[in-house]
Every structure is written in C-alpha cells, then in structure tokens.
Write a protein that binds this ligand. Structure first.
Ligand SMILES: Nc1ncnc2c1ncn2[C@@H]1O[C@H](COP(=O)(O)OP(=O)(O)O)[C@@H](O)[C@H]1O
Ligand SMILES: [Mg+2]
Length: 234
C-alpha cells in the first residue's frame, strides 16, 4: 500500500484577485522506503506540493492521504498531532531555534512527544553523532556552519522516528562536500531505518542520487521516472 497518495491535488493562490495555479490535478503515490526527488524550475510548485503532503497548507481541490488517513480537512489540533507523530520536516520555514543548542533542537520534538528522559538523551546523542556532530552537542545554530545546521535539521527530523521525511531544497546554500555528506546521511537513514524521503531540489548533483525523479512544470507532473539500480551482492 502507498504511504502517501495525492488525489487530484490542486492549489490556486489568490483565487479572488490574481489567481496563481501552483498545482494542477496532481495524482501521485509514494511507497514506503522511497528515496524520491521532486525537481523543476523555480515557481513550478515544488514547495507547494511538499506543503500539501505535509499538511502545512490546504489544497483548493483534491486531497492527501497519509498511511490511509485523509489529512486534508482534519481539524488543526488533530493535524498538529498527526504531523508530530508521522512526518519529519527539513524546511526553510522550520528553522532551528536559535537560542537552543544542537542537542536541544534535536530533543525538542521528543520532549513534545513525552519521551522518557533517558531514551530521549540516547536518541538525541545517537542522531547527532550519526550526522557527524559529535562534540558539537552544545553549539547553538549561529556557531555552526550552514552544512552543520542542515545536518542538525535532519537529525531533528529523524528524532521522532517519522515514517517519512519531507525536505524542501535541503542542499540549497551548501557547498558540494556538505551537500554530498548530507545525501550520504539521508541515504543511510533510508537504507538502515527504511525512512521514506521526498525532497525537492533543482540541484543536478542531488537529482543524480535519487531513485525516483518527479519533474514538475507549471504546477503539473511532467515526468515521473523510476530508476532501478542493479542489486549489489545478489
Ligand atoms: N503564498 C503564496 N501566495 C501567492 N502565490 C504563491 C504563494 N506561494 C507560492 N506562490 C506561487 O505559486 C507558484 C509555485 O510556487 P512554489 O511552490 O514556491 O514553487 P517552487 O518551490 O517550485 O519554486 C509560483 O508561481 C509562486 O509564485
Ligand atoms: Mg520552493
């Protein structure tokens, strides 16, 4: 069964004044364990699509199902809980909290989820170590490089053990080394924890590493290509 389905998803901004058709009848299915990129030029609707899938904004038409639950039309309170327990975000709009250390930024969601203190500590330390930030637990965002901040954001997204992670241009503003390190880490989480990743980008280095490439043009799905890499080691 698909983990995420969009049904005739459409979004029109400013319908009353100057309508912008940001999404046009988008029908997509995502399976558990995918490592998928949504590409397309600026303004093609990538952020809008991820916002809709993550329940951060409401469609003008159509609906989104996550894990068999229709999230479109959910009450705010219900949706907030649903997001907290199912979805990890690496979004520009979800910046790190500047007064929190890396450790506190990562533990924050677990705190909201009322994790046991000891388990929370172990998980936060394990994740920060996994993203290569051992020794920087106590650094605040402004003491970290852009790449390090992105890695804290990924660790934070993984902290709540979401089934899937939505990342909007996760490598924007990163140099090639940091971008590839981030991709390595996402791939590792995908393989080892079977976390589903859907990330937008217009960065060819990132597109090359996805297993499924969805191309958007002008709010519509223009192409949807699945790559089947040869299985290693039989
Ligand atoms: N809040 C908004 N109000 C009005 N128009 C918007 C808003 N957000 C996005 N748009 C428009 O919707 C279209 C798709 O935008 P977006 O989803 O941000 O594309 P992308 O992420 O691919 O650059 C663009 O034409 C953009 O200008
Ligand atoms: Mg965008």
């Amino acid at each position: 069964m698909a983990i995420i389905t969009t049904h005739n998803l459409s979004k029109v901004y400013n319908p009353e004044t100057v309508p912008v058709h940001a999404l046009r009848d988008v029908n997509l299915e995502f399976e558990e364990g995918e490592f998928t990129t949504v590409r397309g030029p600026s303004g093609s609707g990538k952020t809008t699509l991820l916002n809709m899938i993550g329940g951060l904004d409401t469609p003008s038409d159509g609906y989104v199902e996550v894990d068999g639950t229709r999230i479109t039309g959910m009450k705010d309170r219900e949706l907030i809980d649903f997001r907290l327990n199912h979805i990890g975000f690496v979004f520009q709009a979800y910046n790190l909290i500047p007064v929190f250390t890396a450790y506190e930024n990562v533990s924050f969601i677990m705190l909201l989820q009322k994790w046991d203190k000891q388990k929370m500590k172990e998980r936060a330390e394990e994740l920060l170590t996994a993203v290569g930030l051992k020794g920087k637990f106590d650094s605040r965002p402004k003491q970290l490089s852009g790449g390090e901040q992105q890695r804290v954001a990924v660790a934070r997204a993984l902290a709540s053990r979401p089934k899937f992670i939505l990342a909007d241009e996760p490598t924007a503003n990163l140099d090639t080394d940091s971008a590839m390190n981030l991709l390595d880490m996402m791939e590792k989480m995908n393989k080892e924890e079977n976390v589903t990743f859907i990330f937008s980008t217009h960065d060819q280095r990132v597109i090359d590493r996805a297993r499924r490439v969805i191309t958007m043009v002008d709010g519509a799905i223009h192409k949807d290509e699945k790559k089947y890499p040869p299985l290693k080691g039989g």
